[in-house]
Write a new protein. Structure first.
Length: 344
């Protein structure tokens, strides 16, 4: 068991990293998040697809790759992701890492997160070849821009959105990649990545090489270089510290910061305070622990609640304009007024 002080120190460090990252995110040209490749609000949502899981195999230590087959699947561009609706109802986002020209299947990969929220464990342990899986998307918040040169930084499973980007770069493109992981055995697609760019790829396995040295990689970057990063929060924060304009992808709970406000739960007769760095969902769950939620990123609609009074600041990518008239997704959205009244 870790000692209490150790726990506090680790939690404190994690908070500092999150705060640093939020500051960097907001300083980034990508804040607020870039527009989706098609607007969601004001349009009918794209129909969910039911695809057949034709392959479920281990491609690195703790990483499984899924192939989901269907006919005439919607096109996607490198950087796009899919929402998978798991049999339990959890919704999780995974970057597409196969071939964008393949209209008969989608490929994603996921790492087992031992102390995660349950989605990766369900993918690893419950999904079987032959099952039908509901998917939504693809959507792209991490598009590859035209640039004279590129720097990619991947941590472990973070290689997945970058892999289709690397494959799509034209011959003669100037790029380099740092691919870091705990051990070589835990790094998916390592051989393919190496083969894509002899001399351009630096592989850092921490058990052999120690922590990746970012300064050398990110020193003297031309101003127009596009820098892409995907991986654990510590890596994102370290890159953002050095390159404020970094483009990144992350599928953890959304950034929910804003001003503090009150929420009245009319049917329950409670009034809560939503702190500046917390979400309505977190405040509500502290009082009503059974409140439904899943993605915590405004993607899945599970946490939708009816709004009786107050002005909502919608931050989701799910509700249509009509739905925004009287409801909100409480995992990400906040209030423009001092108080919101919810029908809960
Ligand atoms: Fe998925 Fe809120 S939990 S939209």
């Amino acid at each position: 068991m870790p000692k209490p002080l150790t726990v506090v120190a680790v939690a404190g460090a994690a908070l500092l990293v999150r705060r640093a990252l939020r500051r960097r995110v907001r300083a980034s040209p990508l804040w607020p998040m870039p527009a989706l490749d098609e607007p969601v609000s004001g349009r009918p949502r794209r129909r969910a697809l039911r695809l057949l899981l034709t392959s479920h195999r281990t491609v690195a230590e703790g990483v499984v790759q899924l192939r989901l087959a269907g006919d005439g699947l919607p096109r996607w561009e490198p950087g796009a992701h899919l929402d998978l609706v798991l049999p339990s109802g959890l919704v999780r986002q995974y970057s597409l890492c196969g071939d964008p020209a393949d209209s008969s299947s989608y490929t994603v990969a996921t790492r087992l997160v031992e102390d995660g929220r349950g989605g990766s464990r369900e993918v690893h342990e419950q999904l079987r070849e032959g099952m039908e899986i509901e998917v939504r998307g693809p959507r792209n918040r991490f598009p590859l821009v035209d640039a004279p040169s590129y720097v990619f930084v991947a941590g472990g499973i973070g290689i997945t959105p970058l892999l289709p980007m690397l494959r799509s770069l034209p011959d003669g493109a100037e790029w380099r990649l740092l691919y870091a992981g705990r051990t070589r055995a835990s790094m998916p697609y390592l051989e393919e990545v190496r083969a894509l760019g002899a001399g351009r790829v630096t592989v850092v396995a921490e058990d052999e090489d120690g922590r990746p040295v970012l300064d050398a990689l990110l020193a003297d970057l031309p101003e127009e270089a596009a820098v892409y990063c995907c991986g654990p929060e510590g890596l994102l924060a370290a890159v953002a510290e050095r390159v404020p304009g970094v483009r990144f992808e992350r599928f953890t709970a959304g950034v929910v910061e804003g001003d503090a406000f009150e929420v009245e739960l009319r049917r329950s007769g409670r009034v809560l305070t939503v702190a500046a760095d917390s979400s309505v969902l977190a405040a509500v769950r502290a009082e009503l622990p059974d409140t439904a939620y899943s993605c915590e990123q405004g993607f899945c609609g599970t946490c939708r609640q009816r709004v009786l009074e107050g002005e909502v600041e919608h931050r989701d990518e799910w509700l249509t304009d009509a739905e925004r008239g009287d409801s909100m997704l409480i995992c990400v959205s906040r209030s423009r007024s001092d108080r919101l009244v919810l029908d809960m």
